[in-house]
Design a protein around this ligand. Sequence first.
Ligand SMILES: [Zn+2]
Length: 433
Amino acid sequence: MRRKLGLRLCEAALVAFFLISSLLLPLASADTKRLLQAIEEASSSCKAVSEKIFEFKELGGQEFKSSALLKEELTKLGFNVKGDLSVPADLVQGGIAKTAFKAEMMGKGPGPTITIMLEYDALKNGHACGHNLIAGSGLLAAAGLAKLMKELPGRLLVIGTPDEERGSLGGGKIALLEGGHFEGTDAVLITHGADRWSVDQRLLAMKRATFTFKGKAAHAAAAPHKGISALDAVILTFNATDMLREHVRQDVRIHGIVKKGGDAVNIVPELAEAEFAVRALDTATMEQAYARVVNCAKAAELATGATLEFKEPRTALKAPVVVPEFVDIVAAQMQSIGIPKEQILDFSEFASSDLGNVGYSFPTVNVWFKVAPMGTALHSDAFREAAGSEEGWKGAVMAAKVVALSAYDLLTHPEKVEKIKARFKELKEKEGK
Ligand SMILES: [Zn+2]
């Protein structure tokens, strides 16, 4: 009797367990289980790639070994890989982006095109921005998706985007965008290591300005009245922009350096030069503030009589147009792999990246994943150590899962992609640019 009761209790517990788990885990479909398993299986080979890139530590535009390695791995996975991408010659010398590449894998029929971007350039102090993990995690996501792609609708693109750290010069993503290499993309995913998990997409739009003033040399003591000080014009530009700073939105950043200030103390400076960067959380506000900074330099020209030489730069960094519906999809996948909602945090400080230009052209989400203790700054030696650590790779594997699951969700739900695209268009028009 006791035994029978025990058995019944066991049965009841089992039934309850299956009922509860089927209610709690309706999302863990056979496909997503296979996807996650494929990622686990490919993890050690992608880790080796990330470690090699960490050791190569190639600077922007010189990532020859890193890009060759990634191309080789993608080819092994069955992607159709193309290097030496043609881009505008005024952005990349010779008009060929030699360390960029584009890898393509077709699904079983028509559907959305999802693009995963990889970065792999280092800084002077090595991979202190952890781009080795961006490459490793993106490759791992692609490896997982490659296993399923033949059964899925749509197309998967993996684009290798070099030279991120000098992105404002236009040799990285801007050149690839202008070269048409993102053509046909519906949504873009990328990862980046950080001191936290985050889906905060904010980046500062940024444009540089170089002001060169030409004055007139004269003896600084014997004949100052015959001279025109170019340095005065530079100083006036700084003073005027300092006044402007009080009357711009809080997120606007204006910062400058003096590049030339004269040759000798006894000569009225004939040539002086300053370089500024102007930033804001949206592209339109940045452009407005930028125009006012240029006016400060023009006012200095008028006041001093020095001649201003100024040319708008060829490229600027834009702020992404953030689609909340897309961000929500990625945030849900972060939670589905076990990141608690309260550990997905926003940022309070922002930088600029050519990622913003991609996010201004296509709906884009960057998956920030935790590799370092809270408060560890990007570009620091401590962050470099984290990017080369076991913990760092653990974070990269989780980020790969988030990217792959999000891409799978989009590939299998074209209606979600259409909604994201429509919202993107609407929000971009609202921004007024
Ligand atoms: Zn970075």
